[in-house]
Design a binder for this molecule. Structure first.
Ligand SMILES: [Zn+2]
Ligand SMILES: [Zn+2]
Length: 187
C-alpha cells in the first residue's frame, strides 16, 4: 500500500526534488514532508521526550486522597520552580518499542523513575521518566499501572500529615489571625 502511494507520487512529480528524499521517523512509523517537519516532530512528540506528565491519571490520585479528606489540584506545568517539596521514587510501568526496525516488542519495569512535587495552594504534579529500549536505544513513554496513583497519593498524604502537625504546633503559638496567614504561606 505504502509503495503504491510512493509510486504514484514519483510518477506524477518525477522532477520534484522534494520527493527525492524521505523524512521518516522509524520510531513512530510516520513520514514528513521536510527535514524541518521531522525535526519539529522529534522535538514536540512525547514519543521522543525524556520524561512527561500524566494529568489523565489525576482522577485515580484524587480518589485515593478523597478517602482521607484531602483535595489536591494537578499543577499542569512541568517545572520545579515554586514547588515546596520534591520527592524522587519509582513506580511500575510497561514500555512498548515503537521503532518498526527494532525486534523488541516491549518490556516491563518495576523501577520507572518519578519525581513528585508539591506546590503552594494544595497543588501537586509528577514527572515520569521514559526509558530507552535495549534493542535500539530509542526512548519510550511508559504505560502506567495503579502504582502511579498509589505512590503519588501516598506521598501527598505523608506531606499533608507533616503539614497538619506543623500547623497544630503553630496554632498554639499564634493568635487566629496569624494562624490563617501562616496557613496561606505554608499551603
Ligand atoms: Zn517520531
Ligand atoms: Zn527498540
Amino acid at each position: 500500500m505504502k509503495r503504491c502511494i510512493l509510486w504514484l507520487c514519483e510518477s506524477k512529480e518525477q522532477t520534484s526534488p522534494a520527493h527525492a528524499a524521505s523524512y521518516d521517523c522509524d520510531s513512530c512509523n510516520r513520514s514528513f514532508k521536510s527535514e524541518q517537519a521531522l525535526g519539529q516532530h522529534i522535538e514536540s512528540s512525547l514519543a521522543h521526550a525524556c520524561s512527561s506528565m500524566y494529568p489523565t491519571h489525576h482522577g485515580g490520585v484524587s480518589r485515593l486522597l478523597e478517602e482521607e479528606g484531602l483535595y489536591f489540584i494537578f499543577h499542569d506545568v512541568d517545572d520545579s520552580a515554586g514547588c515546596n517539596r520534591e520527592y524522587d521514587t519509582n513506580i511500575k510501568g510497561w514500555f512498548m518499542c515503537r521503532n518498526r526496525t527494532c525486534a523488541s516488542r516491549g518490556w516491563s519495569s518495576k523501577r520507572v523513575a518519578i519525581t513528585i512535587r508539591m506546590y503552594p495552594g494544595a497543588k501537586y504534579n509528577a514527572r515520569v521518566y521514559h526509558q530507552r529500549c535495549k534493542g535500539c536505544n530509542d526512548l519510550s513513554r511508559p504505560r502506567l499501572d495503579g502504582s502511579y496513583a498509589e505512590r503519588v497519593a501516598y506521598r501527598i498524604k505523608k506531606c499533608g500529615a507533616a503539614l497538619v502537625s506543623k500547623l497544630c504546633q503553630v496554632r498554639t503559638r499564634f493568635d487566629m489571625g496569624d494562624f490563617h496567614r501562616h496557613i496561606q504561606i505554608v499551603l
